[in-house]
Unconditional design. Structure first.
Length: 429
């Protein structure tokens, strides 16, 4: 079979091809007949072509696991196991076959099993995984399936192929751009620092209102931060799934945030302050309090978090449903043209908000690491209206923070950092 030249020249002309291969194949050392570097490149060629196709008017969206048949135990099934249907005769993997079969393996709950046999790739079956795998990146309580060593490849958008090992993104090819690894911006220290005062205030509320004496303030702060991360991850995920794009702004709480809003923001839909603004904080407080009842007096931070992730407690189940329903509610606000504006206490100020900052900006910085120590200059004119308006806002008001989700599903965190308007490309899965 003649190999089609790789569609993304930068990938084939650089060492990225070798790096991607080495990362994907490292867990498969010792496995008989694992694909060669050239054979993996051939697979990516094929997937790239399939990603540009449409089935019944819809873009091809599918997950594949590069693994031989018979390696997944199908006794248990989702949510914690796998449900495997193996074809009696495997199907040769082509772009057209992938297009036709993708509707049967819904992106969010199934995968196609793919392996190389007799010098060709074949689809040997469909694996139902359930949706818990999404929780790590997209926000959620439940853990996914038992870990395995096989690479998973996502086709989500035209021209985009994302590579995962053990639920962690290790590389992505998108058009002519190849990125290795990726930044989970939620783990950045600078981001946690911006919300530290709000967390401290919530800890005081939990101790005073609920009489909560357990755990150290540090443990409480970490639990609250992780819950807030899950909330915003879910909002981002919902906007990406909608393929609409959106902007989320966080302003300081109280008068400083109000002053920023009055000077630079023109909301189409302003929201009257009320007790409902505190719903996020109330639900977080109730989750923490319930965890305090479920955890033992000697349980450490990770023990407590494991209880949160694994418990079948009905109270936690109900609180989780309320928590993520609120995230869906906010995400719907983001689908209206303009920004959703929240305070750092997660109080809603407005949505459909236009940013009106007249400042000119000739340069922004792209962060190459989580803490923004390595920066590369970029021309803001290369970006869309959403991005440029947030750039101007954080230049005028360094305390503001923006998260911009593009229609192509890419995500950027934007802040004024170390005397520069800086953006972080976020690995949103």
């Amino acid at each position: 079979m003649e190999t089609v030249p790789f569609i993304t020249p930068e990938y084939s002309d650089s060492t990225d091809r070798q790096h991607i291969y080495e990362m994907l194949m490292r867990p498969l050392v010792g496995l008989e007949k694992r694909p060669s570097e050239e054979e993996v490149a051939e697979l990516i060629d094929l997937l790239f072509m399939a990603s540009l196709m449409r089935e019944e008017g819809q873009a091809v969206q599918v997950r594949l696991v590069l693994a031989p048949p018979g390696v997944f135990n199908s006794d248990e099934g989702p949510p914690s196991g796998w449900h495997v249907h193996t074809f009696d005769v495997s199907r040769r993997l082509t772009a057209d076959e992938l297009r036709r079969l993708s509707p049967a393996a819904g992106f969010f709950h199934s995968l196609l099993g793919v392996w190389r046999e007799k010098d060709q790739y074949h689809i040997w079956g469909i694996i139902n995984s359930g949706t818990n795998w999404m929780n790590t990146v997209h926000g959620g309580r439940r853990l996914g399936q038992t870990k395995h060593r096989y690479p998973i490849l996502h086709l989500r958008d035209p021209g985009r192929i994302t590579f995962y090992l053990d639920d962690q993104q290790v590389a992505e090819v998108f058009g002519h751009h190849t990125s290795m690894g990726g930044l989970d911006v939620f783990q950045a220290n600078w981001l946690g620092t911006r919300f530290a005062r709000s967390r401290s205030g919530l800890i005081g509320e939990i101790r005073e209102r609920y009489g909560f004496a357990a755990w150290s303030n540090y443990t409480l702060a970490v639990i609250i931060r992780r819950l807030a991360q899950q909330f915003v991850r879910r909002m981002i995920s919902l906007i990406r799934i909608s393929s609409h794009g959106g902007t989320l702004l966080f302003l300081p709480s109280g008068e400083p945030g109000e002053a920023i809003a009055q000077q630079w923001l023109e909301p189409k839909y302003s929201l009257t302050p009320s007790g409902s603004d505190l719903r996020f904080r109330r639900i977080v407080s109730q989750i923490v309090t319930r965890l305090g009842q479920l955890a033992g007096p000697k349980d450490q931070l990770e023990d407590i978090w494991r209880i949160y992730r694994e418990s079948r407690d009905g109270g936690l189940e109900e609180l989780e449903e309320s928590f993520f329903e609120l995230a869906r509610f906010y995400a719907d606000f983001m689908r209206v043209d303009g920004a959703l504006v929240l305070t750092r206490r997660f109080e809603t100020l407005s949505f459909g908000t236009e940013i009106r900052v007249p400042h000119n900006l000739i340069e922004v910085m792209e962060a190459m690491d989580l803490e923004g120590q390595r920066l590369e200059p970029r021309d803001p004119r290369a970006d869309g209206t959403r991005h440029r308006s947030v750039y101007r806002l954080v230049l005028a008001e360094p305390e503001a923070l923006g998260i911009v989700i593009s229609q192509d599903s890419s995500v950027r965190f934007i802040a004024y950092h170390n005397d520069h308007v800086t953006y972080w490309p976020h690995n949103a899965g």
